[in-house]
Design a protein around this ligand. Structure first.
Ligand code: NI
Length: 228
């Protein structure tokens, strides 16, 4: 499932992230790439030991925590602390796959199975040309460029690339999530059911017997399908 989640950050949070990143010392993105993907990767990243990396990562994790669509569609178990990247003119990232398992830094060896990838756009689309996130799925290639503060989530199982930037600078945050529901088709069923329940709750009431029955079905499916 590929999903556009609008306005993940408030305008104030977005402005804060951008002002910190404006002053940051960026490093070569190859430092965090795997052996094979390093050959395709030309970008800059905020170093993990940058003094404000943790603060920005926590700001984004808080924004995810309150985002109903993210929680409903992804059913997060663990999120790798968000990273930040930047593509200036001539930079891009050829088609590649992301590692299936990622360590969580400074966690005493905790690891995450990468079920869902997310890119949170921090630059306005008119600030740069090129830089589309290209996702290759059964329907062909989808080119994604979203308003600053919006996020795309997609299954980490697919090939993807970032088209070369030809003007301006493209900044984004990106991260991976291990879902409590490993199977993407099951996540889709839960998301569809949750949305239908939300819609019915506004049209009927929380205590309507049909609503209660559906909420019960939702939790019973979750009980069968989630791993913790
Ligand atoms: Ni990638």
């Amino acid at each position: 499932m590929m999903l556009h989640i609008p306005e993940v950050l408030t305008p104030e949070e977005l402005a804060h992230c951008r002002s910190v990143l404006e002053k940051a010392d960026w490093q070569d993105g190859k430092a965090t790439a795997g052996q094979q993907s390093a050959k395709a990767k030309y970008n800059l990243q905020l170093p993990l030991n940058h003094p404000q990396h943790r603060e920005l990562a926590e700001l984004i994790l808080r924004a995810l925590g309150r985002n109903r669509i993210f929680n409903s569609a992804v059913v997060p178990f663990r999120v790798v602390p968000p990273l930040f990247n930047r593509y200036d003119p001539g930079m891009g990232f050829g088609a590649h796959v992301d590692n299936a398992v990622r360590p969580i830094p400074d966690s005493g060896g905790m690891r995450v199975r990468t079920d869902v990838s997310a890119t949170l756009f921090l630059s306005h689309p008119e600030e740069y040309d090129g830089g589309e996130l290209c996702i290759y799925d059964e329907a062909g290639m989808q080119e994604i460029k979203l308003p600053a503060g919006d996020m795309i989530v997609y299954d980490t199982t697919v090939l993807h690339s970032v088209a070369p930037v030809t003007r301006g600078s493209r900044w984004a945050s990106f991260f991976w999530t291990q879902s409590m529901v490993r199977d993407e088709s099951r996540r889709r069923v839960l998301y569809d059911l949750d949305r239908a329940i939300m819609d019915l709750r506004t049209r009927l009431s929380d205590h309507d017997p049909a609503v209660l029955q559906l909420v019960n079905c939702y939790h019973n499916l979750m009980r069968q399908w989630c791993d913790l």
